[in-house]
Ligand binder design. Structure first.
Ligand code: NAP
Length: 467
């Protein structure tokens, strides 16, 4: 394998609330990557022969470690990427849940399926694919990894994690959990590498498949490299989810949920509601309640349990967000609240804070209309009827999630049928649930995580036919 790393760049963990550099790591050298790939390939030779029961007991041990040490992992997530501490602890719990779920259901999801044909016996048999490269984002630094790893490892695959460069400590902590839970050497490894080193790893013949959760450009790159090598990929990319409110909805509940749905994870979630599409009959009331509630959010230290919105994960994300708002305003959008960086005088002076912001009167050619906005900035739209609401909801290249608020059954059916997205939530917040498939259409990606569909992504669906 030829890994072209010209210079060893450092991967840094920086506290986004203070700007303090916490730790730096050197990227892996070419021989170190080679050694990891060999270990992964060797691990797969053994793991494909381990029983589901053995894998299940190791996965349950992973869940126990996550549960027992959730507060330590929460502090690690919050110091590395700034999510509010309570949400970080919930993330660790959800990771434990996904491990338990697949430990308990993998046998059922992967059981042979008998199909009656002219053979004496014919059936579908599921086998692991091999070493799977997982390129993961920082925004849910534990959850994104476990969402992939729990089903992939239960199916007998081996995981190679290339985590985002700003969360190396989370990456190493996750690898340590799998190792402490008894997964054999090489079964789950972290590669401390930058994105430019992904191509050579993905092209290596010992890597069978890849999954990427992240931005559209990163997805395009990984998919095209894998495509040339005829390797399976699953892509979980960005979103610009609509949140539609119709006159029959419970408005108070819709407003409260809208604020949470926009500002979850400091506004940095793929399935955060980003475009609020409101029927004219209730628009003014919605706008008033929504703006007031966005204004009332407490922005500050993510380690403080009462903080609603913490810092953005990196200085670059803050800069990009600021620019998206400025360009949208220059194009004619109106700021109803926020619209500025937030400066603190204390130990948070170096943090990446941005005010919760609401934009209205958004022109079609502006970023607030067409881009994914990754921060606490909401785009508000006024529509005259359901046709306009659906057209606007679909006027995006993305198609991840969608929420619609209505108590009218005809409208409900139309939203389910006509919104172009991987999921539609009615009168509720879009969220992943391990029992249900999760993924997108259009430029939000392809393939599904979670549920029965998730564990079937990285398997060979083998047909067996016996005369
Ligand atoms: P990103 O820049 O694409 O980074 C995600 C991962 O991809 C990181 O590990 C990054 O490594 C790597 N990467 C970046 N460019 C690459 C390339 N050309 N080739 C190979 N790997 C590459 O995304 P982000 O800005 O950190 O994350 C936010 C995005 O993720 C948003 O668009 C969000 O909607 C999306 N997301 C989607 C889901 C979902 O389930 N659909 C969930 C969460 C987030 P480095 O850090 O080293 O650059």
């Amino acid at each position: 394998m030829a890994v072209a790393i010209i210079a060893l760049m450092s991967i840094r963990s920086i506290n986004p609330a203070t700007g303090e550099t916490l730790k730096s790591f050197d990227e892996l050298s070419e021989p170190q990557i080679e050694e990891s790939l060999t270990r992964a390939a060797n691990a797969f030779r053994n793991s494909r022969r381990t029983s589901l029961a053995d894998r299940s007991s190791m996965m349950l041990r992973v869940a126990e470690i996550l549960e027992n040490e959730k507060n330590d992992y929460a502090r690690l997530m919050t110091t590395e990427m700034g999510k509010p501490i309570k949400a970080a602890a919930q993330e660790a719990e959800k990771c434990a849940w996904v491990c338990r779920y697949y430990a308990e259901t993998a046998e059922k999801h992967l059981a042979d399926q008998i199909v009656e044909t002219n053979a004496t016996k014919s059936y579908v048999h599921f086998q692991p694919l091999g070493v799977v490269l997982a390129v993961m984002p920082w925004n849910f630094p534990f959850w994104q990894v476990f969402r992939f790893a729990a089903p992939a490892l239960m199916a007998g695959n081996v995981g190679l994690l290339k985590h985002a460069s700003n969360v190396p400590q989370c990456a190493l902590a996750i690898t340590d959990i799998f190792s402490r839970a008894g997964f054999p050497d090489g079964a789950f490894q972290t590669l401390l590498i930058g994105s430019e080193a992904v191509q050579d790893v993905l092209e290596d013949s010992r890597v069978a498949a890849a999954t990427l959760t992240g931005s559209e450009p990163a997805g395009r790159s990984v998919a095209s490299i894998a495509g040339k090598q005829i390797k399976k990929t699953v892509l979980e990319l960005g979103g610009s989810d609509p949140f539609i409110v119709m006159p029959s909805a419970d408005l108070k509940e819709a407003v409260g949920t809208a604020v949470k749905a926009r500002t979850i994870n400091n506004g940095q979630s793929c399935i955060a509601a980003k475009r609020f599409i409101v029927h004219g009959q209730i628009y003014d009331e919605f706008e008033k309640g929504f703006v007031e509630a966005m204004k009332a959010l407490r922005v500050g230290d993510p380690m403080n349990e009462s903080t609603d919105v913490g810092p953005l994960a990196t200085k670059q994300i803050l800069k990009d967000l600021e620019e998206q708002v400025q360009v949208s305003v220059a194009a004619g959008a109106k700021i109803l609240t926020g619209g500025q960086r937030l400066k603190f005088e204390d130990q948070l002076a170096g943090g990446n804070f941005y005010e919760p912001t609401v934009l209205a009167d958004i022109p079609k050619d502006s970023p607030a209309f067409s881009d994914e906005i990754f921060g606490p900035v909401a785009s508000l739209f006024h529509v005259k009827d359901i046709d306009e609401a659906i057209d606007l909801a679909n006027a995006t290249t993305f198609g991840l999630g969608a929420a619609a608020w209505t108590n009218d059954s005809t409208e409900r059916d139309r939203f389910v049928e006509e919104i172009e997205s991987g999921c539609v939530f009615l009168n509720g917040v879009v969220a992943s649930d391990l029992r249900l498939p999760f993924g997108g259409v259009k430029h939000s990606g392809y393939g599904r995580g979670l549920g029965e569909f998730g564990i079937r992504e990285f398997v060979n669906v083998k047909t067996v036919w016996i005369k």
